[in-house]
Design a binder for this molecule. Structure first.
Ligand code: UD1
Ligand code: UDP
Length: 360
């Protein structure tokens, strides 16, 4: 039986792991051991996903969070290293680009264990972003790299990965697997539209949490005032990440929008599917908007999901209020017609499982 150690710690990783864990359970010949680093810890940022999506309970919970990048990554590495030495997994699997991702990959590689990176090859080309540092370093030390898009494959080729001793596979996007599977359930399980008074009405769904916005007072206050203006025209619903909540309060800013707690995945899927459009700095939400035929305005200067911008499903506005209003007006008038399939067709998790079993 193959032994797979999965390292997760932040909200999007729980959603990705839900899809892959289902595929693992279907084959029955892989023993998955889940480590939750504790990076996200509020109920609505962590437990809710395990409960709703029936993700297997983590065997290890490290409870490491709310620290500086170095302290968080270092303490995670130390704990994960010991688990790897005890468990001796065939593979250590990490997702995406968070501090939990890098800590898991580095800890495993340093004790000569094979590393699998899911969501490999993505680049924003902005080295000021913690995520860009995490994903570049993780890719470089991974043994098996699962890439979601054509562009991700191309990025690795450009960086010389053809000459490195690793396996690069284009498998599609595990978030698409999760979105397609859980969308059916969310319709009956979520009452978010009723509880927020949104049934039948138009609204913009907004999320903000990336450090490149929240940690720059000027950018954060531009975003808050743009949201306040928009909300006068069309309701803006904002499930607010605790990081953003704290920093908005610290700056003494007031948001005049429908601010709610972070929501579980079922509620989020309902909000996306019934929104008029999505305004976000999230990576995952940009793709989910596309999957559910919604335009997306990305409150950043770059995106790793460049194909969405190149084909006019997504506009990058940064925090510039005029650019945001223009993009909102443009998309509210435009019909969404999907002519592309960028992210596979819901089989990305099966490809991961089958590849690992074949490679042994
Ligand atoms: C992290 C990832 C980011 C990812 C995001 C997903 C890094 C460097 N960043 O950002 O790439 O997009 O997760 O949501 O790994 N907090 C709480 N409760 C929680 C979680 C966080 O209060 O459950 C607060 C704490 O004050 C914490 C702060 O938010 O210090 C930031 O949390 P952290 O996990 O460091 O980064 P995120 O902004 O969540
Ligand atoms: N999400 C959620 N509830 C929320 C906000 C986001 O379930 O209140 C989901 C979202 O649908 C997507 C994932 O979390 O699947 C994205 O996570 P996030 O935006 O935190 O991180 P990123 O993708 O930017 O790394």
């Amino acid at each position: 039986m193959m032994k797979l150690l999965t390292i997760i710690g932040a909200r999007p990783q729980f959603i990705k792991a839900a899809a892959v864990s289902r595929a693992i359970a279907n084959v029955g010949s892989i023993k998955e051991i889940i480590v939750h680093t504790g990076q996200h810890f509020d109920k609505n940022m962590s437990d809710i996903f395990f409960e709703e999506m029936h993700i297997p309970r983590p065997q290890y919970h490290l409870d490491i969070n709310s620290l500086s990048h170095g302290a968080m990554t270092g303490r995670m590495m130390e704990a994960i290293e010991q688990i790897i030495l005890d468990e001796k997994p065939d593979y250590t699997l990490v997702y995406g680009d968070t501090n939990s991702t890098l800590a898991g990959a580095l800890a495993a590689k340093k004790v000569h264990r094979k590393v699998v990176h899911v969501e490999a090859g993505l680049r924003s080309f902005n080295m000021d972003m913690p995520e860009e540092i995490n994903r570049i370093l993780t890719d470089r030390i991974s043994d098996v790299l699962f890439c979601p898009t054509d562009l991700a494959i191309q990025n690795l080729k450009n960086e010389g990965f053809d000459n490195f001793n690793c396996l690069v596979v284009q498998n599609g996007d595990v978030m698409e697997d999760a979105a397609l599977y859980y969308a059916q359930l969310s319709e009956s399980k979520s009452d978010i539209l009723e509880s927020c008074g949104l049934s039948g009405g138009d609204f913009i769904l907004c999320t903000i949490h990336r450090a490149e916005n929240t940690d720059h007072p000027e950018r954060l206050s531009q975003l808050v005032s743009a949201i306040n203006q928009l909300h006068k025209k069309i309701p803006v619903v904002l499930p607010l990440h605790p990081r953003t909540h704290k920093l908005i309060s610290a700056q003494g800013l007031t948001i005049n929008a429908k601010v709610i707690e972070p929501v579980g995945y079922f509620d989020m899927l309902q909000l996306i599917r019934h929104s008029s459009l999505v305004l976000t700095d999230s990576g995952g939400l940009q793709k989910e908007a596309f999957i559910f035929n919604k335009f997306c305005i990305t409150l950043r200067e770059q995106t790793e999901w460049r194909e969405l911008v190149d084909h006019d499903y997504n506009i990058l506005t940064g925090t510039n209020a005029d650019a945001i209003y223009k993009a909102v007006e443009y998309f509210l008038r435009k019909s969404f017609v999907k002519n592309h399939d960028f992210y596979g067709s819901g089989k990305a998790s099966d490809i991961i499982v089958n590849t690992l079993l074949r490679e042994g």
